[in-house]
Design a protein around this ligand. Structure first.
Ligand SMILES: Cc1cc2nc3c(=O)[nH]c(=O)nc-3n(C[C@H](O)[C@H](O)[C@H](O)COP(=O)(O)OP(=O)(O)OC[C@H]3O[C@@H](n4cnc5c(N)ncnc54)[C@H](O)[C@@H]3O)c2cc1C
Length: 406
């Protein structure tokens, strides 16, 4: 593993740093609402070819040759500067790369540029009340009325746990279109506008006080026949592409390191028996153990990066699954310590400030909310038990776990 950048990469890093000196914005631009400032800065970053690097210019991206090390430099430098880079929203992070892989030319031109600019906001409609881990059993149906060109899909049924649907314009999701086909082959991947009479979005209140989740009901909702991504019945395959990007999004090693450092600071500033909690041998032991996981995760990610830089394709999804498993598990253990450190103050959560933050669409900020929130990513994008089974069975050739009989 070679951890040094070469001269060209160092020069690229210096350029990126010089560009990032412009964040936060100054002068008149600094008085714009923060979301507008972020959009403005991100557009400049796209123009320079720093973010959405390998999406061609004609689809609104940076138009650069793929280069994993430059991607890595951009991610690290943007993260260090706290600057808005590639967005974590479902549209730019999950749908845009899926459309680049499976979408038609017309779909790419219509949807990718406004998605990267965040003018169209998307949510992901996969899960249903009876279909989560066993997603292929989904029942929400779409029937084609008319022909492939000018017809419409008519959609009926329900989705659940649809993150951010309340703030989204469109939904990308899985629908049963081939009623006679075996369950994995009867599913199609459709793009559906939410602002129409046949769609009702009902928010679900979470224990954090936030309203990030929704139920989405379809009652003869409609979308164009041309809004199918891939072929009829190919939705399962298309959704695997989106899932790959979702897991990568959840398993961000920089985030894990930032959270670890923040919890160490909390332990330094919180008192236990009149002394900083960091001096408590129990807390020290647990933090050291977690730091080993944080470092192992960083090293594993660097190993994958080195392999990618050498042009070695990852042969399967297992490393990504392990990254996800590892980071969500470590994050939970870390947040558990934070929750313990805040002690009785935790009883007051969520605070007025946290609730106000939620109302503005910000994520969890208080420690207790972050602890509650840390439980979710271990379920989203494939629950931990399922990931463990796949890694054990397909990765290590262990005997198959018992399957429920249906
Ligand atoms: C933070 C968060 C965000 C989400 N966002 C979205 C979204 O935007 N769009 C969307 O469509 N969905 C979303 N989801 C839903 C998510 O995809 C599902 O929660 C997930 O697939 C699990 O499904 P389930 O909740 O029905 O649990 P179940 O599938 O009922 O699982 C319950 C438990 O049983 C275990 N289990 C189930 N089957 C097996 C098996 N065969 N072997 C071993 N153990 C098993 C699971 O591991 C889990 O512990 C989100 C979930 C979370 C937590």
């Amino acid at each position: 593993m070679d951890l040094q950048y070469n001269q060209e990469e160092e020069q690229f890093r210096a350029e990126v740093r010089a560009f990032l000196a412009g964040w936060p914005l100054r002068g008149e631009e600094a008085s714009l609402p923060i979301a507008e400032q972020e959009t403005l800065f991100r557009s400049q970053a796209i123009e320079r070819g720093y973010v959405y690097r390998d999406i061609p210019r004609e689809y609104g991206g940076g138009g650069q040759e793929p280069d994993v090390l430059k991607d890595h430099i951009v991610r690290a430098e943007f993260g260090r500067a706290g600057a808005p880079g590639s967005s974590f929203l479902q549209g730019p992070a999950m749908l845009a790369p899926t459309l680049m892989e499976f979408g038609s030319e017309a779909q790419r031109r219509r949807f990718v540029p406004p998605t990267l600019r965040e003018e169209i906001r998307w949510c992901q409609g996969y899960s249903e009340p009876g279909s989560g881990s066993d997603l292929a059993s989904l029942q929400c149906s779409a029937a084609l009325e008319g022909d492939d060109e000018s017809g419409e899909w008519v959609i009926n049924g329900q989705k659940i746990w649809t993150s951010n649907a309340q703030n989204s314009h469109w939904l990308f999701g899985l629908f049963r279109t081939e009623t006679d086909a075996p369950k994995h082959k009867g599913i199609s991947y459709l793009l559906v506008p939410l602002d129409q009479p046949g769609v009702e979005v009902r928010p679900l209140k979470q224990m954090t006080g936030g309203l990030d989740f929704n139920e989405v009901f379809f009652d003869d909702a409609r979308t164009g026949a041309d809004c199918i991504v891939g072929e009829r019945g190919q939705g399962w395959q298309v959704s695997r592409a989106t899932l790959k990007h979702e897991r990568n999004l959840i398993a961000n090693p920089n985030l894990m390191r930032d959270h670890f450092d923040a919890v160490v600071d909390l332990a330094r500033t919180t008192l236990r028996n009149g002394r900083p909690a960091i001096l408590d041998p129990g807390i020290r032991q647990r933090l050291s153990e977690i730091e080993c996981y944080v470092r192992t995760n960083e090293t594993s990610n660097l190993r994958q990066l080195s392999a990618a830089a050498r042009g070695e394709e990852l042969k399967c999804m297992l490393p990504m699954m392990m990254n996800k498993l590892y980071s969500t598990d470590t994050m939970q253990r870390l947040m558990e310590i934070a929750y313990e450190l805040v002690g009785a103050d935790g009883l007051l959560a969520p605070s007025e400030a946290d609730l106000a933050g939620y109302a503005k669409g910000e994520g969890p900020t208080g420690w207790v909310e972050q602890w509650m929130f840390s439980l979710g990513p271990a379920i989203a994008g494939g629950a931990t038990n399922i990931q463990l089974n796949i890694i054990g069975e397909r990765g290590y050739g262990l005997p198959r776990d018992q399957r429920p009989t249906r």
